[in-house]
Design a protein. Structure first.
Length: 310
């Protein structure tokens, strides 16, 4: 099996399943295709009729045989809440809802309780792999009861990368554990990206290396202790735009970084790197930092240091 083949050895010969996929964007759409390649039947619903297999959530549910499994892959928050509210009225006892989006782990308990009142099962699954997941597989972190996770294992096996299951999938614990693990994963990702970003800026700033930045990053791809998939992606970006001049220095945060820092405070775990990486993203949104204005004013007051006019 090639690098892009869904499933590892444990998935060969696994039973085929039906799955409803709600949300067919960059992640959900690619996941649906990977599952179909593995032999599973996927019925998708999206608000965009150009990509949707069904006209509505009710139509999706009607096309699935009981007991049904429906994977929700839409933006976290109100949109996910609305989809789960609707599914709660459409599904039957014994059916299962999987939230694979970036929901906050505390929301999982609320959704599980809401669905359990109608006999509907719930599992949460953190998903990593981005736009490359369809080809190489997705890193999966599942939360829920052992029975439900086991029932869904053919789906997880098809989505995860080829190789040992434990190197691309984890049953992290009960409801909420999957999204908690994904939250910490993304917090670590913040720190790693910030370290690469600061190294890039220093290389660019130095007259010694400023015209060799792309080559330096590429040279780190093999043999060095900082090699990683993120470094490979950095190299790809620099090969198409060697000084990143085509990109504005603005970075959003999707929520998990904030939640990770909040959990660090809640559990008295020091997180200087992840916290700094999160705050660095906030600074990217300031065309003229008010805090730095205050610093400049103070330096002028106590030391007579020059200030630049706005």
């Amino acid at each position: 099996m090639g690098a892009g083949s869904p499933a590892g050895a444990e998935a060969r010969g696994a039973r085929r399943m039906q799955l409803g996929m709600v949300g067919l964007g960059r992640m959900g759409g690619n996941m649906a295709e990977r599952l179909r390649t593995a032999g599973h039947k996927v019925v998708g619903y999206d608000r965009d009729p150009k990509v949707s297999d069904t006209e509505s959530l009710a139509d999706l549910v009607g096309k699935l045989e009981a007991p049904r499994a429906v994977w929700v892959m839409v933006p976290a928050g109100a949109i996910t809440d609305g989809v789960i509210d609707e599914l709660a009225d459409l599904l039957e006892a014994g059916d299962t809802v999987i939230d694979g989006g970036n929901s906050k782990w505390t929301c999982d308990t609320e959704h599980a309780t809401q669905l359990a009142a109608k006999g509907i099962n719930f599992a949460d699954c953190g998903v990593s792999g981005g736009v490359w997941g369809q080809e190489f597989g997705y890193g999966l972190m599942a939360g829920g009861s052992p029975q439900i996770v086991e029932q869904l294992m053919p789906i997880f096996d098809a989505l995860r990368p080829e190789g040992p299951r434990e190197e691309g999938f984890v049953h992290a614990g009960g409801v909420g554990a999957g999204h908690y693990a994904k939250m910490v994963h993304n917090g670590i990702e913040y720190g790693l990206m910030q370290a690469y970003a600061e190294g890039f800026e220093l290389l660019e700033a130095s007259p010694v290396t400023h015209d060799k930045v792309a080559a330096i990053f590429k040279a780190w791809s093999r043999g060095t202790v900082v090699r990683s998939w993120l470094l490979e992606l950095m190299v790809r970006a620099l090969e198409s735009d060697d000084d990143l001049s085509e990109i504005k220095g603005y970075a959003d945060d999707s929520g998990e970084g904030r939640w990770t820092v909040e959990q660090g405070i809640e559990n008295a775990v020091p997180m200087p790197v992840i916290s700094a990486a999160l705050f660095a993203r906030f600074s990217s949104r300031q065309p003229d930092s008010p805090a730095m204005k205050a610093v400049a004013a103070l330096r002028n007051q106590f030391g007579g240091h020059a200030v630049k006019a706005d």
